[in-house]
Design a protein around this ligand. Structure first.
Ligand code: NAP
Length: 314
């Protein structure tokens, strides 16, 4: 194994929450081990300019920010492993975790597995993912040079995707199910001022259309005002309707709310199992920002350190 079998702190996930937890744990001499997953860095690796992370007045590219956080954690001795945890057993201590055929033990665990893009669950969606249908403008925007494309959603993610996509596309139409946007004022203003962006309001997507060879080429939405089904052409669609927490590993193991977010106790990162802590988007359905994730990663590290101290493990 490329890492110790027994660990004081094992961190699952490598977004801003996991890596901030790693920085704090490493500086507390807890020798944290970070299971980064196969897509290290989390959601920020799929974004472009991050303009609201304090300390970067000119903004910073998401992947660069994650590289910096990772280097900072490694500088203090955190071990980052590009593998995922496949199974957890939190029923007794030390906790037992499995990665492939490796079995590891940990006195405490910090869960920072983040969240993943939601899909609509409508007809044709599965068929066209990767064939004209995407959830990541940064990843796939380049393929839509001079095309006329649609973005579904009315929140900050949708505005961000739409604005970014105007770098490539000739026209971006935002399709929103209501007639008011949920996004923040600054993002709404930018999108509305952008000459390449148009809006279709009160439009509830029903079905994606296309063919096996050429992929997606249209969609049907219901006009919620008239009740009519409207059929439109498109060169591509980006679904940007929010995220689901990555908690399937902890189903029937840790307490979750009705949307699957891990429940933490009061103003702490404590889950219902002592010694298991949660930070970042996996436990936050309200703020979901890089900086709040980083802050909660710091809280989880401090909670883990205090837990180990009380147990006499330090
Ligand atoms: P969100 O705020 O939950 O917005 C989701 C949008 O998708 C809403 O407009 C919603 O419509 C629509 N939607 C949801 N389910 C749908 C469905 N089945 N069919 C059609 N439309 C559907 O999610 P988000 O935009 O990902 O933002 C999440 C959080 O991250 C927010 O706190 C946001 O501020 C933050 N964020 C910030 C930035 C930034 O600061 N640059 C960028 C991205 C995200 P309704 O409005 O009708 O509910």
């Amino acid at each position: 194994m490329e890492y110790p079998k027994r660990n004081k702190v094992l961190i699952i996930g490598s977004g801003p929450a996991g890596l901030t937890a790693a920085i704090y744990c490493a500086r507390a001499n807890l020798n944290p081990i970070v299971f980064e997953g196969y897509q290290a860095g989390g959601q920020l690796t799929m974004t472009t300019d991050v303009e609201n992370f304090p300390g970067f007045p000119e903004g910073i590219m998401g992947p660069n920010l994650m590289d910096l956080l990772r280097s900072q954690a490694q500088k203090f001795g955190a071990k980052c492993i590009t593998r995922q945890i496949d199974n957890v057993n939190f029923s007794s201590q030390p906790f037992v975790l499995q990665s492939g055929s490796d079995i590891l033990e940990a006195d405490s665990v910090i869960i920072s597995t983040g969240a993943s893009a939601k899909l609509l669950g409508i007809k044709g969606e599965d068929k066209f993912v990767g064939k004209g249908l995407s959830t990541c403008a940064t990843c796939d925007g380049f393929f839509f040079k001079d095309k006329s494309i649609h973005v579904i959603g009315g929140g900050d993610s949708a505005m961000e995707e739409a604005i970014f996509l105007t770098k490539f596309a000739s026209k971006v139409t935002v399709l929103h199910r209501r007639d008011t946007l949920r996004a923040s004022k600054i993002m709404v203003d930018r999108a509305i001022k952008n000459p390449k962006i148009d809006f279709i309001w009160n439009a509830n997507p029903k079905e994606f259309l296309g063919n096996d060879d050429k992929g997606l080429n249209g969609l049907i939405y219901k006009d919620t005002k008239t009740g009519n089904d409207i059929n439109i052409d498109t060169d591509g669609v980006f679904v940007a309707i929010g995220h689901n927490p990555n908690t399937s590993l902890f189903k029937d193991v840790l307490d979750m709310d009705s949307s699957g977010y891990l429940i933490t106790e009061g103003k702490s990162s404590k889950t219902n199992i002592p010694g298991v802590f949660a930070s970042g988007d996996v436990q936050d359905s309200t703020y979901r920002q890089a900086i709040t994730a980083a802050g909660s990663g710091c809280m989880a590290a401090i909670d883990a350190e205090r837990f180990l101290e009380e147990k006499g493990e330090l």
